[in-house]
Design a protein around this ligand. Structure first.
Ligand code: DHB
Length: 309
């Protein structure tokens, strides 16, 4: 049987040695966490979504998990964009794996300011854009009160991508992180907009926004936002699979990074069957730590071995 998937893909000239990486937001905020990912068997590393300035984020507890799911309202706790732009300078001297910088300005203007500074060659900064293989624009943070998820608004999505391409042009690989869609019409509408831009990839899905989970004492399991937060983990896998599958059909030439509910090698394999080029691990990485990547690779390889003859 011919392989329908490539276990060492190349995306826009960037080579990946396997297909399993972290999901943004998970184990990727601090220098130590990012170093651990670089040293792990992850094929690539994506940063925490960053804002222009450092943010301490929402009050704790802001993350909670059960066997089936996680809920978080982290509130964009991050070190500020300069930290994530400079981060690869040292680690890439010894470990060369693809690095994605995720950006999530609170307003269109903030994303534009970050990108303008990144691409301003006269800027007296310490970062080297050649070390940032992909910029992933997060259109789907569900946890900022008063700020709707951009990816649910067609006009805002179109506007932000137009503005971004005016600044970046073909100087960098730009991808987007999408929220989960649930309505067939929505897939077609958003795909028509994404299709206008030469995106390096799309990553789907982000967490399911504004879920509610009780703790053992029947109180809200997280403190911010009245207990509402983004849901990830095993329960979201059917939506991750369907989003990857639908976008793969609508945008057959755009590499898709599948995310949502991966716990086992079988889950990774299912994402490949839906058309994912790479997959990202979120909740399970938080629960298990960076050794999750070698476990999943081993489990995936043993499934793939049974498919060969
Ligand atoms: C946060 C959560 C998200 O799902 C996201 O995409 C970006 C940020 C957060 O609360 O920090």
């Amino acid at each position: 049987m011919a392989d329908i998937y490539n276990l060492s893909p190349t995306i826009n000239g960037v080579k990946f040695n396997n297909i399993i990486m972290n999901a943004s937001g998970c184990h990727c905020t601090t220098n130590d966490e990012l170093d651990e990912l670089f040293k792990s068997d992850a094929c690539a590393v994506v940063s925490k979504s960053c804002t222009y300035d450092k943010h301490i984020g929402n009050p704790q507890p802001r993350y909670y998990d059960t066997d089936l799911l996680s809920i978080n309202s982290t509130g964009l706790a991050n070190e500020g964009y300069k930290f994530y732009a400079e981060y690869p300078n040292i680690i890439k001297q010894s470990i060369n794996k693809p690095y994605f910088m995720s950006i999530a300005g609170l307003k269109l203007h903030e994303n534009i300011k970050i990108l303008q500074e990144l691409f301003d060659n006269d800027n007296d900064t310490q970062y080297d854009m050649k070390l940032i293989d992909f910029i992933e624009v997060n259109l789907s943070c569900p946890n900022i009160p008063g700020k709707p998820q951009i990816g649910y608004d067609l006009e805002s999505t179109d506007n932000i991508l137009t503005s971004i391409y005016e600044i970046v042009g073909d100087k960098a690989n730009i991808g987007v992180k999408l929220p989960p869609y649930f309505d067939i019409q929505q897939f077609g509408n958003i795909a028509d907009i994404l299709n206008k831009y030469n995106l390096s990839h799309i990553t789907c899905i982000n967490s399911l926004g504004n879920g509610f989970v009780f703790d053992d004492d029947y109180g809200p399991s997280i403190k911010p936002n009245n207990g509402y937060g983004g849901i990830g983990g095993a329960v979201v896998k059917p939506f991750g699979l369907s989003n990857v599958r639908q976008f793969h059909k609508l945008l057959p030439n755009t590499p898709i990074i599948g995310c949502g509910g991966i716990v086992t090698g079988r889950d990774v394999y299912e994402y490949l069957l839906c058309g994912a080029s790479l997959v990202q691990i979120g909740t399970q990485l938080v629960k298990e730590g960076p050794s999750v990547f070698s476990r999943l690779s081993t489990e995936l390889n043993s499934i793939i071995d049974t498919k060969k003859y």
